[in-house]
Design a protein around this ligand. Sequence first.
Ligand code: SAM
Length: 368
Amino acid sequence: MTLSDIQRLLAELETHPTRSLGQNFLHDQNLARSIVALLDIQPGDHIVEIGPGLGALTEFLATPETRLTLIEKDSRLISHLKSKFEHGTNRVFHADALEFDLRELWGHGPVKIIGNLPYYISTPLIAKYASALSPASALVLTLQLELAQRLGAAHDTSDYGAMTLCTGRRWDIRLERKLPASVFFPRPKVDSAVITLRRKPRARVRAIDDSIFESLVRRGFSERRKQLRNLLPEFKNDWEKISAALGMPPTVRAEQLSPAQWESLAFTAAPATAQHGNERFDIVDDQDQVVRSEFRDVIHVNNLLHRAVHMLLFNASGELYLQKRSIWKDRNPGLWDSSAAGHVDSGEDYLTAARRELQEELGIEAPS
Ligand code: SAM
């Protein structure tokens, strides 16, 4: 869209850019095209745009081979977006992207997300759409330059911090290019930058407890000039040993630890343990007759036939409740699973196992 396209469209819609919605419309078509190219769109992709506005990026996203989902908060722009882009499988949602139910997106496989984000809510939007539970495989985002620099910061620089580490745990983040304020109408007061986030393969995401990692990182960076030993009292007694194991002096500060060293610190706080190593289950034949019992690990390593229960829970609207398996699981970590599931213990019957799992996993007492 050119500047005159934007001005004409605003006049047609009898509207004007609203500062409280972070409305700065992109009027450089070459830039729009090159930002969209970063998404590496393939036939069959499901693309989600946050805050399409007047459609500056959208017009390069809409192709017959892709499914498009647009989420726009400004009611004044919805009929224009619907008439221009809502055809075939494309959908325009009049919604606040912060409140948007991500289950709408999971239904169609992995998505690629793009957005020239409203600056006033960029941080919570990234927290939501780049969270562990996001269906996104990649994100291309235009942000305030300062935030983009913090996200893409290298270790041991002044921009490196909690945001870099917490987002960078699951994403390869790259600051692609800076954008001057002059490419937007109206001109924002600050410069912008485009960043890409590409999901790391699971093998590169170390299995540690996210909440412990985030808590350590946030407290560690809460006072950058302080030494970590004064900010993380839980390590106080062993700090000499722990810092030496990280290859750092005891006086180390937050920004001196690399992402891998932060993960090691979180691992020290809560080491992963082999799951339930000494549980025993019955091994059965193909007629479900018990042959003998064996330890869990032996059963799993040798792929021996054993018993399990899976429960499916629906709410009153017919929606199915699914669980994502923990990353600590020895089998199929991180995959979607039934509402509740578990092994049948040695000597236990299916119904008793189902009742026990419902209670243990969901706190539900099944009626008898
Ligand atoms: N993508 C357009 C462009 O590049 O010209 C518009 C970008 S403008 C910076 C941000 C857009 O996000 C606006 O259209 C604004 O109305 C929309 N927006 C603001 N807050 C929103 C929210 N909470 N949820 C969804 N859209 C929002």
